[in-house]
Design a protein around this ligand. Structure first.
Ligand code: NZQ
Ligand code: ZN
Length: 391
């Protein structure tokens, strides 16, 4: 196991009606003038935004509102939010929504206290200063409620890039599984896929002897495998929603990733797809991840065979472990398909003729030097081959 430092100070409040505590929690963490940030309207329609604002008023906390975050959040709204925070002397940002809203809030939070362009941080560097943020989560997916990351698409070039910093971990996150029962089945499935992908990105490691984190990842994958079909079958299944919501946080606050190298190449392939086609992040991953795994399976077949056997129940073929490894990737892809995710470019709405462009933006943006580096280092030819596997 590698040396590591792990600091994950978010205060979690989990369960029914917990959004009523938003005002109390903002006060506890020192907020007095709040930017309430939200998405395209689901929280208005469900009445959640009103309930959250009521709880702020109950604590005599002033607030301004900024809605309109799109899935795959854009830079223009971040610039607007930064201006608004400065004009209104905002000292706390409360994100009410999904990963896109939380990521937009994090970008505003870092930009509001930075003299330069907030985008300077995206593509390298660690953020060390930001306004504090809190979240009221409405979809189990990105894990941004406990992560130090934010992912934004810059409209100038449509680059989708990320940055990170422990100061971007929310001060508190409110997780009420009931809030996720209004999700359309496709969004629930996209979120489930993203959670599973966050676990696989960590499972693919070049670090030896990481049994404790391997076992944690396997436990969370088994949970996703058993609970996902329940919420697709019955969107109001509170217990299944609750298990998935907490698994989504545990999958991505990095407790499963400490002390080991990680992959993240599937995410890089996907970010180009959602930047170009504006597809749901999870749907893009359902297409990208099996292709990436098939391409790199030979690097360490026993690692792939282990997850195939322990999670997907594939027979361990000791004479030909590659057979088990590939059966495990097939099982993963069939799981994605079974919950309604696309399996190829066509179903995702992607186009074969765009592959050269996708490879260019993937490998040749200013901070990358003709390749991407994760579990396996991939050059432009490899990336092209992998996109072709998605056809
Ligand atoms: O915008 P509204 O109207 O709220 O609708 C949203 C949106 O259309 C809707 N929705 C959310 N909660 C709902 C709901 N509809 C009905 N009922 C509810 N309870 O769902 C749609 C998707 O929302 P979004 O916030 O985009 O989903 P998600 O949480 O999957 O976030 C995706 C973004 O997170 C990034 C992705 O790249 C993508 O941009 N990621 C962020 C990470 C991080 N910060 O650590 C890591 C991830 O790997 C990921 O890259
Ligand atoms: Zn993800």
């Amino acid at each position: 196991m590698d040396n590591f430092e792990f600091y994950s100070p978010t205060y979690f409040v989990f369960g029914k009606n917990t959004e009523e505590k938003a005002g109390e929690l903002v006060k506890k963490f020192g907020g007095s003038k709040v930017l309430v940030h939200f998405g395209g309207g689901s929280v208005v329609r469900s009445g959640l935004l009103d309930r959250v604002c009521d709880s702020l008023r109950k604590e005599n906390i002033e607030y301004v509102k900024l809605g309109g975050v799109m899935p795959n959040p854009r830079s223009s709204l971040v610039y607007e939010g930064i201006e608004l925070c400065r004009k209104e002397n905002v000292d706390f940002i409360l994100a009410v929504g999904g990963g896109s809203t939380i990521d937009s809030a994090k970008a505003i939070a870092l930009g509001a206290v930075y003299d330069g362009d907030f985008w300077d941080y995206f593509g390298g560097g660690t953020v060390t200063n930001s306004l504090p943020i809190g979240t009221v989560l409405t979809i189990a997916a990105a894990g941004s409620e406990g992560s130090p990351n934010t992912v934004i698409t810059h409209e100038n070039g449509m680059y989708k890039r990320s940055t990170k910093g422990d100061c971007l971990r929310p001060k508190f996150s409110i997780l009420n599984p009931e809030l996720t029962t209004t999700l359309p089945a496709f969004q629930s499935a996209s979120g489930i896929t993203d959670i599973v992908a966050h676990l696989y990105e960590r499972y693919l490691t070049n670090t030896k002897d990481v049994e404790v984190t391997d076992r944690l990842i396997e436990a969370l994958l088994l949970t996703m495998k058993s609970e996902a079909p329940k919420v697709i079958e019955n969107p109001k299944d509170y217990e299944a929603r609750a298990n998935i919501m907490w698994a989504g946080m545990l999958a991505h606050n990095n407790m499963c990733g400490v002390g080991r190298s990680q992959d993240w190449n599937s995410h890089s392939f996907e970010h180009e797809l959602s930047a170009l086609y504006d597809c749901a992040h999870g749907a893009g991953l359902a297409v990208a991840m099996p292709a990436v795994l098939r391409y790199v399976v030979k690097k360490d077949v026993m690692r792939f065979a282990k997850v195939a056997n322990r999670v997907w129940g594939c027979d361990m073929d000791f004479d030909n472990p590659e057979r088990t490894a590939i059966a495990g990737i097939d099982a993963l892809q069939n799981f994605f398909i079974s919950i309604g995710m696309p399996k190829n470019f066509e179903e995702l709405g992607a186009k074969e003729e765009d592959i050269d462009y996708l490879v260019e933006t993937l490998c040749c943006s200013p901070e990358r030097n003709g390749y991407i580096e994760g579990y396996v280092k991939l050059d432009k030819e490899d990336c092209k081959n992998i996109y072709r596997l998605m056809l």
